[in-house]
Design a protein around this ligand. Structure first.
Ligand code: HEM
Length: 486
């Protein structure tokens, strides 16, 4: 990879970043800015703008371990890279860094993002189409109204666990739970396994001491799910992947189930947290929503423009030498889609403060053949969940000063760590209006850890309405009891 000479900045004093600016503070070998570490994590948008000012629409950057890459900042350049599949590969094996020893695959924290896996993300051309056709068919089988009904129920019951308290931390109690519950349900997970899997899959993302064990548990559960669905298919993603004419192997199915969880969970949770944060911190945003000048789907779209859940999308690899945004890109170079930077490009948004209602042309779901196939599901979860929360608790207010909100940041995304709110306490809504649920699942199979048992002293969940099948609340009830005990 050729990194453009940093004498650019040295030669033209007008382009030298002011002392203390993020780009300046965090430069590494070759004068490229580090896209990791405190400077990049504190103010990523500021860093992108500094880079744009110095380098134009494509900037040389360094990833963890000072691995070199190009960050694409321009809107048109991002679309160009995402849509020119023959010029820019999605297959990490094209990257020259593997052979130059630029990375140690055994230890690099970049591996989960840039390592090769047998899934549609890492494939090009016909192989990509084969794998992706199964993924899109598995998602398209669902009727949106059916998904909404299910989310409706999950959302109401989550809110029931905290509405009497008059206060709640919404990231933990709502925005992280709802997408995970919905995705696990859509994958086809049995009711018995769901509560443990929800906890393990959320833990997997937090890079805690138990994340590796949680990952092993998630993969084990998905392998078990695939075995189960081979014998007894249902109306779910796992069964659709198994039966698709693309002929995925069991291993490929497990990889794609995991991919759907990974790709769909954190992004949707981030989106929901960001919308709700805007509601409780920006009176204009809330006023437009409450006054009907902006619908909730428009509010979600506005946040997708302003704060993409995935700010930087890994990665594309140049199949040959080319020029992009004035930079010379060499065969095998790594490029990162700067989705957040592209959304703020003045070429498409001369006034970033102006509302972007009715405009879905943002880059937050990327573009081209790899464009997010789950975007409708993500939007439905966010729209439905937030709508129900704001309908039930229209008086929510932030219960700490805004400056105390904190984020967990990486090169790729920023996650609000907590959103504490208060509101007038209300009685739980109960389950009166739910649609009937499917029959009880098959008994728990051997080989997969049993779900966590509810503590003896747990309070009872809402009364079972007459006619409800005896077994249905098993896992959901346990999860609700655990939540209430927090
Ligand atoms: C607001 C929520 C979401 C956002 C912002 C989002 C964003 C993205 C982005 C930026 C990509 C990368 C595309 C590329 O490499 O060019 C992607 C890929 C993907 N997403 Fe989403 N996503 C969201 C929700 C979901 C959901 C709910 C699902 C599944 C139900 C999902 C499934 C996938 C899959 C399978 C891919 C890989 C597609 C491929 O490589 O062909 N996503 N998503």
């Amino acid at each position: 990879m050729t990194l453009p000479a940093h004498e650019h900045a040295a030669q033209d004093p007008g382009l030298v970043p002011p002392p203390g600016c993020p780009a300046h503070a965090a430069t590494g070998p070759g004068g490229a800015a580090r896209l990791y570490g405190p400077a990049a994590e504190t103010d990523p948008m500021g860093l992108y703008e500094e880079l744009r000012a110095v380098h134009g629409p494509v900037a040389p950057v360094l990833l963890d371990g000072d691995v070199r890459a190009w960050l694409v900042l321009g809107y048109n350049e991002n679309r160009d890279v995402a849509t020119r599949a023959t010029q820019f590969s999605r297959d990490p094996r094209v990257w020259h860094g593997w052979s130059t020893g630029e990375i140690d695959p055994a230890t690099s924290p970049l591996m989960p993002m840039i390592g090769w896996r047998p899934d549609c993300v890492c494939a090009d051309g016909e192989e990509h189409q084969r794998l992706r056709s199964a993924v899109t068919a598995s998602l398209d089988q669902f009727d949106h109204r059916g998904i909404r009904r299910r989310i409706n129920r999950f959302a109401h019951e989550l809110i029931d666990t905290f509405c009497e308290a008059g206060e709640a931390e919404l990231v933990d109690r709502f925005t992280e739970h709802l997408p995970m519950l919905t995705l696990i349900h859509l994958l086809g997970m049995s009711d018995e396994e769901a509560p443990k899997l929800v906890e393990a899959a959320r833990d997997l993302f937090k890079a805690t001491a138990t994340s590796l064990a949680s990952n092993a548990f998630v993969v084990g559960s998905l392998e078990h799910l695939v075995q189960e669905k081979r014998v007894k298919p249902g109306m779910d993603i796992a069964s659709a992947l198994l039966s698709h004419p693309a002929g995925l192997t069991d291993e490929e199915v497990v990889h794609h189930l995991r991919l759907i969880l990974l790709a769909g969970y954190e992004t949707t949770a981030n989106l929901m947290s960001n919308v709700l944060r805007m509601v409780v911190t920006d009176p204009r945003f809330r006023g437009s929503l409450a006054g009907g000048q902006m619908t909730l789907p428009e509010a979600v779209e506005q946040v997708l423009w302003d704060e993409p859940p995935l700010m930087v999308c890994p990665s594309r690899y140049a199949n040959g030498d080319t020029t992009l945004g004035g930079q010379r890109i060499m065969a095998g170079d790594m490029l990162l889609l700067g989705l957040a930077a592209g959304n703020m490009d003045r070429a498409v948004r001369p006034d970033p403060a102006a509302p972007v209602h009715h405009n879905r042309a943002h880059l937050s779901f990327s573009a081209g053949s790899h464009e997010c196939p789950g975007q409708d599901v993500g939007r439905i979860i966010a729209d439905t969940g937030i709508d129900i929360l704001l309908t039930r608790l229209p008086d929510i207010v932030l219960s700490v000063p805004e400056e105390q909100l904190s984020w967990r940041s990486s090169t790729w995304a920023r996650h609000l760590t907590a959103l504490p709110v208060s509101f007038a306490p209300r009685a739980p809504r109960g389950r009166q209006s739910e649609a009937p649920l499917p029959a009880a699942p098959a008994p728990h199979a051997a080989g997969v850890p049993a779900p966590a048992a509810a503590p003896e002293a747990a309070p009872a969940v809402a009364a079972r309405p007459a006619g409800r099948p005896e077994a249905w609340p098993s896992w959901w009830g346990r999860l609700l009891r655990l939540l209430r005990l927090r």
